[in-house]
Design a protein around this ligand. Structure first.
Ligand code: GRF
Length: 193
């Protein structure tokens, strides 16, 4: 089976991008990172991609008249690199309904909670306020509703008594780095249910 070509969309640090790059470097991993797109020219993830010789594109929302034009620019960049699967990895711009419909079934996201619990931003602070003892992370298909599409894989992570949002985020992030490559493998091997 030919390797899946990934387009990874980022806005910042890019540690999940790095996890995907590292997984793709492994022998027999059924995917390659074909392109990294950032809507933020300062994103640290751009340097991670550059260091590995992966093509990058910066597509800023403010350079495009409306969201459809922005989404169209994203689609053109992804298409120019023949990507099969679009992976959102800390991409902080909401995508339009047309983009989501066009890439449906080929567009995935990672979120730092056990969806459907705690969708949205500031996840870890809300988890701590809620007082739950277990949280985690989810890779899911993207649908029109934010953080609500079908789940591909999840991993649970314990909440410790003295956690701050930062300590909890770090523990969850380590789990994210495990499950994002696992999700890509499941899709590449047609093993999602
Ligand atoms: C991760 O926690 C991810 O779940 C969320 O945004 C964060 C991105 O981190 N969507 P990084 O840029 O991959 O390091």
């Amino acid at each position: 089976m030919a390797a899946l070509k990934l387009a990874v969309l980022i806005s910042g640090r890019g540690s999940n991008l790095q996890a995907l790059i590292d997984a793709c470097a492994g022998r027999d991993f059924p995917a390659t990172v074909a392109l990294v797109v950032s809507n933020n020219p300062q994103a640290q993830g751009l340097a991670r991609a550059g260091a590995c010789g992966i093509p990058t594109a910066v597509i800023e929302r403010r350079d495009h008249g409306d969201r459809d034009a922005f989404d169209q620019a994203l689609t053109e960049a992804i298409g120019a690199h023949d990507a099969d699967l679009v992976c959102l990895a800390g991409f902080m711009s909401i995508l339009g309904a047309d983009f989501v419909a066009r890439w449906r079934g080929r567009l995935i996201n990672i979120h730092p909670s056990l969806l459907p619990e705690f969708p949205g931003l500031d996840t870890h602070a809300r988890v701590l306020v809620a007082g739950v003892r277990t949280t985690g992370c989810t890779v899911h298909y993207v649908t029109a509703e934010v953080d609500a599409g079908p789940v591909i894989i999840q991993q649970s992570v314990p909440v410790e008594a003295n956690d701050t949002p930062e300590t909890l985020a770090a523990r969850v992030l380590a789990a994210e780095h495990q499950i994002y490559p696992q999700a890509v493998r499941l899709i590449a091997e047609d093993r999602t249910t």
